[in-house]
Design a protein around this ligand. Structure first.
Ligand code: COA
Length: 174
């Protein structure tokens, strides 16, 4: 059975990788789908996000996982075209439920043959999100353990210049 795990992955976090690993044990094939959420302004472009996931998946030794991207159209149409039967989503807290429930019901209405399956995020990652990782990196905090080791440097480098700018602004104001 083919499962599709969609998200912005801007960037992939350890919580996402946990869901990918567990999905790969449940399904014969998992497609991690880097999708565009028009309400978000990403820090990494689609190509970079795909590359970061590919390196993380490779380092984790997951052979039945591939990474794709898509920027136009409905998720359910992509899943159908890929011969997928399942959409995998991670649930971190009760606060995720309402939005995810709405998405799952809408997706089922659009394509009744496709099921959404929720995996509970591992408790140690329940507080994690891509935005939190970016905020910590931007402010010069430690992000070890929050993102896969293989992408640590890339995330740090992306925000290194911004730390310098934020620091300079603070000096200017004082
Ligand atoms: N570990 C860590 N973080 C997690 C997580 C986990 N297990 N599960 C979710 N998150 C975080 C994500 O990083 C994201 O953080 P951010 O808001 O800081 O970026 C947040 O939780 C929300 O995740 P999600 O609900 O998956 O949103 P998303 O923006 O990553 O992805 C799409 C949303 C792309 C899947 C959705 O917009 C979509 O399906 N688009 C396609 C178009 C379509 O079909 N639309 C109609 C749908 S009915």
């Amino acid at each position: 059975m083919i499962a599709v795990y969609p998200g912005s992955f801007d960037p992939i976090t350890s919580g996402h990788l946990d869901i990918i690993e567990r999905s790969s044990a449940l399904y014969s094939e998992v497609i991690v789908l880097v999708a565009v959420n028009p309400s978000k302004k990403p820090a990494f472009n689609l190509e970079q996000r795909v590359d970061m996931i590919e390196r993380s998946v490779h380092a984790a030794g997951l052979n039945n996982v591939r990474v794709e991207s898509f920027s136009v159209g409905l998720l359910v149409d992509y899943v159908e075209q890929s011969r997928g039967q399942v959409i995998v989503k991670g649930l971190r807290a009760v606060s995720d439920f309402e939005y995810e429930f709405q998405m799952a019901l809408l997706n089922r209405r659009l394509k009744p043959g496709i099921e959404t399956v929720f995996l509970m995020t591992a408790s140690e990652y329940s507080y994690l999100s891509s935005s939190i990782v970016k905020e910590i990196a931007r402010l010069g905090g430690q992000i070890e353990g929050l993102v896969p080791d293989t992408i640590l440097e890339q995330v740090r480098e992306r925000f290194a210049g911004l730390q310098a700018t934020a620091g300079a602004q603070l000096v200017e104001r004082s």
